[in-house]
Design a protein around this ligand. Structure first.
Ligand code: UDP
Length: 228
């Protein structure tokens, strides 16, 4: 998109939810819903900077952008991906455990009557070439990949080079949520931008992974701004 910020070397599109949807409807390629965890992994830099659309997902990215002078609203990746399911003629779902993707498909079909799923594959496959070939054969307009980072981004890079008309979104743990396996935080927590805190309390295993990331990320942004 036209208006891009550079935060810690990562290009991030400055846009609203609706602008991102509009853009994604008209373009193909890779959408990254970026968060501080991704930005702490140096392997992600090249992948993110070659993506067609990078939207600010977590509260951390919103804070980081604010520090360098951009006022943006967060675009929750899971909501963005759901909206794209409603907007796309044909879709593929790849990722999560077999029983999770099965429940996800059932729930989504009930919720979105127009949904046309042309390909589905759980995320624990051995033969990547086979999955890539099957996907290419179906050529869906939208491909949601829920393999976790950076696995999903690497998969998308391979697939997008062979499928010029498709839009790919890495959706992390979204299928776990849509299947009912993991609950989203109550709306008030979501509105306050504290979903990460709610999930962390509910799932203490995430604590060690997520908690230090956010303050360290903010520190890095502050240091970069000061030029230290
Ligand atoms: N996953 C997968 N294949 C793998 C590893 C993970 O399909 O080889 C799925 C996992 O079942 C989950 C999703 O990827 O549904 C996200 O995993 P995780 O929560 O570890 O990643 P994050 O959301 O933190 O990126």
């Amino acid at each position: 998109m036209e208006n891009r910020a550079k935060l810690l070397g990562y290009d991030i599109d400055i846009c609203s939810f609706e602008e991102a949807v509009d853009y994604a409807k008209k373009h193909s390629g890779q959408v990254v819903t970026i968060n501080p965890e991704m930005m702490s992994n140096p392997d992600m830099l090249e992948i993110v900077n070659s993506a067609e659309l990078v939207i600010p997902d977590g509260i951390g990215v919103q804070i980081g952008l604010k520090i360098i002078g951009y006022d943006v609203k967060r675009i929750p990746g899971i909501q963005f991906a759901y909206r794209m399911l409603e907007e796309s003629d044909s879709v593929a779902l790849i990722g999560a455990k077999p029983e999770v993707i099965e429940k996800t498909i059932n729930n989504l079909k009930n919720e979105i009557p127009s949904l046309n799923i042309v390909y589905a594959q759980d995320g624990y496959f051995k033969d990547e070439q086979k999955v890539l070939a099957e996907l290419k054969e179906k050529n869906p307009r939208l491909v949601l990949c829920a393999l976790g980072s950076p696995k999903q981004e690497l998969f998308i890079q391979k697939a997008k080079s062979q499928m010029p008309d498709s839009l790919f979104i890495g959706v992390g743990g979204s299928f776990d949520v849509w299947s009912g396996q993991v609950e989203r935080a109550p709306e008030i927590w979501q509105k306050l931008g504290l979903e990460w805190l709610y999930r962390t309390i509910k799932e203490p295993k995430r604590f060690r992974r997520i908690f230090p990331t956010l303050p360290l990320f903010v520190l890095r942004v502050l240091k970069e701004k000061k030029g230290v």
